[in-house]
Design a binder for this molecule. Sequence first.
Ligand SMILES: *Cc1c(COP(=O)(O)O)cnc(C)c1O
Length: 454
Amino acid sequence: MKKLALLGGKKSVQHDPGNLFRWPIVTPEHEEAVLDVLRTGRMSGIDVSKKFEAEYAQQLGRSFALTYPSGTSAILGGFYGLGVGVGHEVIAPSLTYWASVLQVYSLGATPVFAEVDSETLCIDPRDVEQLITERTRAIVAVHYTGMPADIDALKKIADRHNLPILEDCSHAHGALYKGRPVGTLTQVAGFSLMSGKSFAIGEGGMLFTDDRKIYERAILFGHYIRDNEILDPDLQPFSGLPAGGYKHRMHQLSSAFGRVQLKYYPDQMREIDRAMNYFCDALEELAGIYPIRPRDTQNTKGGWYLPLCRYEKSELGGLSLQRFAHAIQAEGSVCHPGANTPMHLHPLFSEMDVYGHGKPTRFAHLPDTVDRSLYLRPLPVTEGLYQKLFQIPWFKQFDAKKIDEHIAAYHRVVADYKSLLPGDDGDDSRIGGFSSFFREQQTKVRPHAPGAAN
Ligand SMILES: *Cc1c(COP(=O)(O)O)cnc(C)c1O
């Protein structure tokens, strides 16, 4: 057997990646659309953004779409739209990016963390019902890494308690749940459209709903120049100023880019899906490696943002994930240990007094009689899971010859894992990160050459 690259052998990945990982794919049509806005100076307008909203709403099949400067603000608008406010609780998974729920602090509400299902990595409906109190106002379902959350099971519980669900689709543009597109499954959905995501337009976000009331409340909260869209007589008198004190207008360079991206994305997504399933088919044969992808053929991962596998070191003689990852990286492929560190482990959710209430913000608006330990409970499934996850290459093009080299890297390291056991110091606690995990990823993205067609 040839020596592993980490131990002095030749790398498995020899080809230049070319455009294999390039993202977003900027065509002359995207450039022209952005330049058109620049040349006419409409960067701060809403005419382009309104077209983008109408086109995206139609493509997704929802009545209302509202553009935002970020996914974070779109989800905040969604919470306000649902009526989340002081003293309310919002149930969300802990294994996600902070902007799935942290915004509720600024509304005076308390996040309550639920376990995730270890197969889907999404909120576990079986853990949700016991978390519901008379203060619960909403449930967040994140389609984490594009894996569709089990919305039907969640809905049964939510409906029983008359609670709405907000879908966070920031990882899952175009993903299907039982054949239906995510973002259409519940009362309201928020999407991040920032450049790292699979539907990537710059910085931006979008809110979708079929409920005019949610839409109008979201407008009132942060879209102050759109009062002509507020028809509700209860809200009308308050229009003219952004009730939340936020400005939620999208930059029109982003919406211009987004309009073009709507045309290209479905094909790009199919190509990614084909490449990633080809790669995962090959990984699935290996001991210790479990690609995270749907078992049900009616479910899909859309653009495969943050593709992950689970690592079971017991199947590879106890080889640490970090040593395994170094070996894969030395072969010239991609393997980053970890995913988002579960939010509940951060002191922002146990100790920090953000706004000067004289007590932790988490408890600022709850009755003093609540048992805090219930809110601070450990989440054994989530905690046992996140340090077993690792990121695999996110292929944007189906190029079997090049992908085969990455497959060879993984096959070779698994086949020869025993040679890595001597010198293995085990894993340390640096696996994952609340957000630095992503910062590290970004530095590894190849610079984009202006004017390239793909
Ligand atoms: C990126 C992301 C957001 C926030 O989006 P921004 O556009 O970065 O503000 C929200 N939720 C999840 C799950 C995300 O990954």
